[in-house]
Design a protein around this ligand. Structure first.
Ligand code: HEC
Ligand code: HEC
Ligand code: HEC
Length: 136
């Protein structure tokens, strides 16, 4: 298994460190004092791609499909950002969706860990679109 040797503290190194093996996600397995991201569980049967591939390539998929939508008008894309949020957003104790980019939530846990910053949610909603009315 390609573990990090510790000499290249570059982003690629950090990424392969955290993406290297499913076992590394388990809090009991680890690199001494390095805390692992604790990723909230998803809804739905399975992701839009195999999980190992999603861990590594999710941003390329989304950027590719964004271009298909924004430039070519294709709406039937497989890697929709709205779709990610539908399955990966969690609810708080009072049943309200928590923004997916909030600390501890799905997109943010890994990104904090990997020091990745994304601007997607300045435009995109960070909670699932709910079609129900607000009235009680
Ligand atoms: C400046 C505003 C803006 C920012 C920032 C932005 N987007 Fe978008 N994005 C849009 C608009 C406008 C559309 C087209 C509207 C639509 O189809 O919902 C779109 C559509 C998309 C789509 C296709 C529609 C869907 O539901 O998925 C994807 C995928 C997407 N964006 C991903 C991203 C990602 C990933 C980021 C961050 C890296 C990002 N966007 C940042 C404005 C933005
Ligand atoms: C139909 C529901 C669904 C959609 C849509 C979806 N996912 Fe997933 N995703 C899952 C499930 C189920 C898993 C398996 C892990 C789990 O149970 O939490 C998963 C796993 C992942 C993982 C690996 C998490 C880990 O534990 O390391 C990543 C990264 C991921 N998804 C990103 C995305 C992104 C980005 C999108 C949008 C392009 C997306 N997913 C869309 C259901 C979904
Ligand atoms: C399993 C951990 C993990 C999860 C969960 C995750 N990401 Fe990422 N993401 C990463 C890593 C690591 C990188 C940096 C990869 C690199 O730079 O090569 C990254 C990079 C990105 C980038 C590219 C940033 C850039 O600088 O171009 C986007 C966009 C992105 N993620 C969007 C999302 C969105 C949206 C979600 C939630 C739906 C999400 N990610 C969930 C680990 C994750």
């Amino acid at each position: 298994m390609a573990r990090i040797a510790g000499k290249r503290l570059c982003r690629v190194g950090i990424v392969s460190l955290i993406l290297g093996s499913a076992a590394l996600w388990a809090p009991v397995v680890g690199y001494g004092d390095v805390a692992k991201p604790n990723i909230p569980a998803a809804r739905g049967e399975q992701c839009v791609e195999p999980v190992e591939i999603m861990r590594r390539d999710h941003f390329d998929f989304m950027k590719h499909d964004r271009d298909k939508t924004v430039h070519d008008g294709v709406r039937t894309i497989k890697h929709s950002l709205a779709g990610c949020i539908d399955c990966h957003a969690t609810k708080n104790a009072s049943g309200q969706f928590v923004p997916i980019n909030a600390e501890g939530e799905f997109c943010q846990t890994c990104h904090t860990y990997a020091a990745v910053k994304i601007d997607c949610f300045t435009c995109h909603a960070a909670v699932p679109a709910t079609k129900v009315s607000q009235s009680p």
